[in-house]
Design a protein around this ligand. Structure first.
Ligand code: F3S
Length: 291
């Protein structure tokens, strides 16, 4: 049986950069705290915890952590987080992905513009996702910032007023296009709708190519942490292209019957999937095959 690992799956540069910064600071300090998981992958988190990384929640940013070091992960944080850390005397290592940092500035500018014009900012994103919390946090007072997850949420938008529409970096281009069309169609004045595509191409460019990869194989094993929103999105791409697609967190989740009669197996993953986990899954596929 032929087993191929997708050469373009795995960490995007934003996550590579955050992990590098974490490893570097762990090497210097021995113990570093991260606000939430640096990467939505349990196995990679276990590896980093072995190096001294500790995950904390926002409520921990108090004076009891004075002198400690906290890493802001690639998803970014709202300004309130930096303020709480400064007040508590906590050092911050900022691993916000440059693409997300730019988007935060874009949201702040869009919010200022909409406040001036009596409009609203609409963000396509997952409510409560760390990146989205960082984006909505750029707006304090003034125009509302409305998060929509799909067409069903559009009744929260006031179509009589100007709209500035943008997206969380990891959303689907297809959904963004559909929502933009709908906003234009329902707006009282389509000229008052600004559409700003802020989807990160490190993810978007993978969709089409991943579908081709999935079609090339009899069975596809998609490796991803279950908490990864990008993982769920890309897994759907695989499943649409090839119904014999299975999602696993690691080699232990695989079942031998998936591979019965398969001549070729493709192993791929999300932007938060480490290469070393895909490699161990690929080796285990060979074992399930009886070799
Ligand atoms: Fe950054 Fe894009 Fe990755 S926004 S964290 S490079 S998916």
């Amino acid at each position: 049986m032929n087993v191929e690992i997708d050469s373009e799956s795995g960490f995007c540069f934003g996550v590579v950069n955050a992990i590098k910064l974490a490893e570097q600071s762990l090497g210097e300090r021995g113990c570093v705290f991260s606000l939430g998981d640096i990467v939505h992958n349990g196995l990679e988190m276990e590896r980093l915890e072995g190096l001294g990384l500790r995950t904390i929640a926002h409520g921990n940013l108090t004076a009891s952590m004075q002198g400690e070091t906290v890493l802001v992960r690639a998803h970014g944080e709202p300004p309130q987080t930096y303020e709480a850390a400064a007040e508590a005397g906590i050092e911050v290592i900022d691993a916000t992905c440059p693409v997300v940092a730019k988007l935060q500035r874009t949201v702040a500018a869009a919010h200022a513009r909409m406040t001036e014009r009596g409009g609203q900012v609409v963000i396509l994103g997952k409510r409560g996702h760390a990146e989205v919390v960082g984006l909505t946090g750029q707006a304090r007072g003034g125009a509302e910032v409305i998060v929509v997850e799909g067409e069903n949420d559009l009744n929260t938008v006031d179509f009589e007023r100007p709209i500035y529409f943008l997206s969380q970096t990891t959303q689907s281009l297809e959904l963004f296009g559909r929502i933009s069309d709908e906003l234009m169609r329902r707006a009282h004045d389509a000229e008052e709708v600004t559409v700003h595509d802020t989807i990160c191409r490190a993810v978007a460019s993978r969709e089409g190519r991943l579908g081709e990869f999935a079609k090339r194989h009899d069975v596809v094993v998609f490796v991803s942490g279950r908490k990864s929103s990008n993982g769920r999105l890309l897994f759907e791409v695989c499943r649409e292209a090839n119904p014999h697609s299975y999602m696993v967190e690691g080699a232990d989740d695989m079942q031998p019957e998936w591979f019965a009669g398969a001549r070729s197996v493709g192993v791929c993953g999300a932007t938060s999937t480490p290469k070393w986990v895909m490699e161990s899954v690929a080796r285990a596929v060979g074992v399930h095959d009886g070799r």
